[in-house]
Design a protein around this ligand. Sequence first.
Ligand SMILES: [Zn+2]
Length: 302
Amino acid sequence: MSGLRLMAVHAHPDDESSKGAATMARYADEGHEVLVVTLTGGERGDVLNPAMDIPGVVERMNEIRREEMAQAARALGVQQTWLGFIDSGLPEGDPLPPLPEGSFALVPLEESTEALVKVVREFRPHVMITYDENGGYPHPDHIRCHQVSMAAYEAAGKADRFPDAGEPWTVSKLYYTHGFIRRRLELFKEEYDQRGEAFPLQDWIDRWRPEHGDIMARVTTQIQCGKYFANRDEALRAHATQIDPNGVFFAIPLELQRRIWPTEEYELAKTRVKTSIPETDLFAGITDDALAGVRDARETTK
Ligand SMILES: [Zn+2]
């Protein structure tokens, strides 16, 4: 089947390129519609690439990040839209300072949910992707992204919720994207050990506490997308203020990644269609019948 619709909800520009990017490039290439919804403008991002730490960049950060995002979307072959909230920034210090006034994580959940519901009802995705309850990593905007996505998944199909935000649309499935797989790192390390070479991501292994476990235990769905790793890297590089092209993101050669771990990982968190685990397709279970069923459900809520 082609012509299905996939929506990925992300907190900041660049998150879409580091979490599930190759999956989106694959589905777009295979004739599906893919939309990235970026909740904030990334206004509080620092310049993380030394080559971009030059006069004029910080002053134009907002505009530059929009240009970077457009270029990344082109590299992945996906559509992208902004929800227009303001980056909360990553609070640092002990005790943590309060979040800046007006930032996304402080916007009342009903308000941000209505904004996302509006986009869901316009785009009418069959599948949504977001972060797990921990946000993937503990940035307040990532945690909020999870909360808003879950609320929108529940509300979008209900006619009595946000009646001014468009015609109800029932999303069939919702996934969490999981990037930090310990098993994947270990397999890469074994390869470097066998060659007698230093492992470029040793730092990541060293920082991993046994109590963190491996999120792989929660993975239900692996998507083959090694063919699109180059698109992912091109999208990452497009975010030039955020990603150092000489950094660890690009340390493992693509050939090795494709051979040892050619997939991206997801956890099926919600489904309204029948499917069986493990899955190899985010659209698994979405048949013509299921689509008709979803349409019926939508009609009966009117
Ligand atoms: Zn982020």
